[in-house]
Design a protein around this ligand. Structure first.
Ligand code: IPM
Ligand code: MG
Length: 358
């Protein structure tokens, strides 16, 4: 039997519950496809701070480096909100991305036909939307130096630095072109090159890379305009590539446009490692109540099957099972609408598993 090794980081808030759902789905995949996933658990985020004082303990990092893929729930919560920025649970997430060099963050946002009415946009605007945001994840303003809160002439000043080297831009842009080539062959690059030098360089590098991909249609949008076009004409986008902070913002927007943040998976990939996690956060307000929507995490698992293990068929089976479950009317509270059946985390997971037939 084929054996794989993954690291599971449940994290905080609803993290443990939604990861549990994904692991149950993974169990079904193991049975159906005759493969075995060995699972190592590690601590991250607030849970790791409580236990070890560090949001990303060395032990967790070495487990991740010793496995073929990482599945992560979510980090953060009220309990740790008062800690300084560099001691917060989120720092664990930022460090793991950097340490594993996961420079390309893939965030697909597509309309699920049964959920089209949960979009805040009119059906005819959002219909057919199927986009993928490729967000640069290990550089830009999230990591640039200098950073900090300093004192100048007796007044505080806050500083962050948006910085990209041409190599950092090139590798993520190249990845986005490659992905666009396997989809509808359209790439939108998003920047703020009318104001920022770092963006002018971004655009220049995109133009250079585009020469190697003559069959991909390329458009450049300023980030403010792009934010507007995503609500005006979401179904005209295919792949969108952008820097770290613009991608953070636009991927939330794309997510809400297609219906629910609870449905959005992501894959963060580098040359060597890959990590899969839902786009949404740890939702501490509903943690432990058994009502969290596990679908984004289950879809992240499907991305893992596809990108890390080449199990395209298994990934499709999971996605189809989710489609069926939604078509049967099952909904967690965040995607509930009148006339559908409201269920909790474990019930919707049961339905998804039932709908996975070999
Ligand atoms: C995300 C989140 C994170 C980010 C936070 C929690 C650090 O918003 O993954 O989009 O900004 O990258
Ligand atoms: Mg975000």
């Amino acid at each position: 039997m084929q054996k794989f090794k993954i690291t599971v980081l449940r994290g905080d808030g609803i993290g443990p519950e939604i990861v549990e759902s994904a692991l149950r789905v993974l169990g079904r995949v193991e049975d159906l496809f005759g493969v075995r996933f060995e699972r190592e658990e590690g601590l991250i985020g607030g849970a790791a701070i409580d236990e070890t004082g560090d949001p990303l303990p060395e032990d967790t990092l070495s487990k991740c480096k010793d496995s073929q893929a990482v599945l992560l729930g979510a980090v953060g919560g009220y309990k740790w909100d008062d800690l300084p920025t560099d001691k917060r649970p989120e720092k664990g997430l930022l460090r793991i991305r950097k340490e594993l060099d996961l420079y390309a963050n893939l965030r697909p946002a597509k309309v699920w036909e049964p959920l089209i009415h949960s979009s805040p946009l009119r059906e005819e605007v959002v219909k057919g939307t199927d986009m993928l945001v490729v967000r640069e994840l290990t550089s830009g303003i999230y990591y640039g130096e200098p950073r900090g809160i300093f004192e100048e002439d007796g007044k505080r000043v806050g500083i962050n630095t948006m910085r990209y080297t041409e190599d950092e831009i090139r590798r993520v842009v190249r990845k986005a072109f490659e992905i666009a080539g396997k989809r509808r062959k359209k790439l939108t690059s998003v920047d703020k090159s009318n104001v920022l030098e770092v963006s002018a360089l971004w655009k220049e590098v995109v133009e250079e890379v585009s020469k190697d991909f003559p069959d991909i249609e390329l458009e450049h949008l300023y980030v403010d305009n792009c934010a507007m076009q995503i609500v005006r004409r979401p179904n005209t986008f295919d792949v969108v590539v952008t820097g770290n902070i613009f991608g953070d913002i636009l991927s939330d927007e794309a997510g809400v446009v297609v219906g629910s943040l609870g449905m959005l998976p992501s894959a963060s990939v580098g040359e060597k490692y890959a990590l899969y996690e839902p786009v949404h956060g740890s939702a501490p307000d509903i943690a432990g109540k058994g009502v969290a929507n596990p679908i984004a995490t289950v879809l992240s698992l499907a991305m893992m099957l596809k990108y890390s293990f080449g199990m395209d068929e298994a990934a499709e089976l999971v996605e189809e099972a989710i489609d069926k479950t939604l078509a049967q009317g099952y909904r967690t509270p965040d995607i509930y609408s009148e006339g559908t059946k409201k269920v909790g985390t474990s019930e919707i997971t049961d339905k998804i598993i039932e709908n996975m037939e070999g």
